[in-house]
Design a protein around this ligand. Structure first.
Ligand SMILES: Cc1ncc(COP(=O)(O)O)c(C=O)c1O
Length: 365
């Protein structure tokens, strides 16, 4: 038995997504890069590498990690590179993507002859959250004025656009892409590659993959470009759980249970976006509010139904715990970080990383 808490990455589940990605690459001609900001657990990169073309990044450390641990094509992007970073970023990258014309003008000469890209902000997105909307008013994410972009087009080899966010709706994706074509069409034909970013949930069970692939191929043909996709969430969706143990139970108007983990420290997006965790089957006569063990009053995984009463030592499995969790975990309250475990294709579980007091101490000084 492996001590909880731990994130458990299930290769069988991951493979379902990877096979869909491999199909999209083959049927659409698009290249597919893992967005490390979402998932950077490099212990499974050996397993993922054959199904994808490489990685994309949001910082010097991510681009370096992508180069060192995943390989393939390594795209560098950052909202803003610092002077002291750019040379090292370029040394790890196959393409260097700038967020603004200001950054392009400042650093393109340092790109060492590597292809240079610019982020476009198309002004419309599929985000349901203001916080995550890259096209929100006064956004800093990308250039939005076609006339200004046209002035630097001779220095740009490609574009990156990210305006889909948790978008499960192909029609909405299609509509947004049509909007991009209407506004930036003149420019799109003048570059050799275009990344459509992440946020398209094309690995979902009922996603119309044929229509998606046909749309990507038609787009690529129309502008004569290599299309890239940058899925984070779609790559790893539902491929990991967070395994926790009940440490205490009590009653305060409702039945309460406290587990040996924390949303603030280990599944931060639940807190940021005010979402409930997923526990399945979530059915039965015993309803509990499941709390984390940090001191934050609202550290709540959610309210779930169980077939049996929870007791100290009961094990719970929080679903869909791969994306934006391990990359965001922190040492709030000094709560120990969940270990990282890989469930192999044959069902055996392998501990690949355990954290301890020394890691906590080393994160401070
Ligand atoms: C530029 C870019 N690419 C890719 C992604 C990955 O998005 P997702 O994990 O929703 O697929 C993001 C997410 O913020 C992004 O900003």
């Amino acid at each position: 038995m492996i001590d909880t808490p731990y994130y458990c990455i299930d290769k069988r589940r991951l493979l379902v997504n990877l096979e869909r990605i491999a199909h999209v690459r083959q049927a659409s001609g698009a290249k597919v890069l893992l967005a490390l900001k979402c998932f950077a657990t490099w212990s499974v990169f050996d397993f993922m590498r054959d199904h994808m073309d490489g990685t994309t990044s949001s910082s010097l450390y991510e681009v370096r990690l992508g180069r060192e641990t995943f390989g393939g094509e390594t795209h560098a992007y950052s909202v803003a590179y610092a002077d002291h970073e750019i040379a090292e970023v370029v040394s790890h990258a196959d393409k260097v993507i700038f967020n603004s014309i200001g950054q392009l003008e400042r650093f393109a000469a340092h790109a060492d002859g590597k292809p240079v890209g610019l982020r476009i902000n198309p002004g419309a997105s599929a985000s349901g959250f203001d916080l995550a909307d890259p096209t929100r008013p006064f956004s800093r994410l990308g250039e939005s004025d076609p006339a200004r972009i046209a002035q630097v087009i001779d220095r740009i080899d490609g574009f990156m656009i990210h305006n889909n966010c948790e978008n499960r709706d192909f029609a909405r994706f299609d509509e947004l892409l049509t909007g991009i074509e209407a506004r930036f069409g003149e420019l799109l034909g003048q570059v050799s590659w275009i990344s459509l970013g992440g946020g398209i949930h094309f690995t979902g069970d009922d996603y119309p993959l044929d229509a998606f692939c046909a749309r990507l191929r038609a787009f690529a043909d129309r502008y004569g470009v290599q299309v890239y996709l940058e899925p984070g969430e779609a790559t790893i969706t539902d491929s990991a759980s967070l395994e926790v143990t009940v440490l205490d139970t009590s009653h305060n108007g409702k039945d309460l249970a406290v587990v040996d983990s924390s949303i603030e420290a280990h599944m931060l997006d639940l807190l940021i976006y005010r979402l409930s965790a997923r526990v399945e089957p979530n059915a039965g006569p015993h309803r509990y509010l499941v709390y984390g063990k940090s001191c934050l009053a609202g550290d709540i995984f959610g309210e779930f139904d169980f077939p049996e009463p929870l007791a100290i030592g009961s094990r719970l499995s929080i679903r869909d715990a791969a994306g934006y969790t391990m990359v965001k975990k922190n040492w709030f309250n000094g709560v120990n970080m969940p270990s990282i475990v890989i469930r192999e294709l044959d069902g055996t579980e392998r501990l690949v990383r355990r954290f301890g007091y020394q890691d906590y101490r080393d994160s401070l000084s």
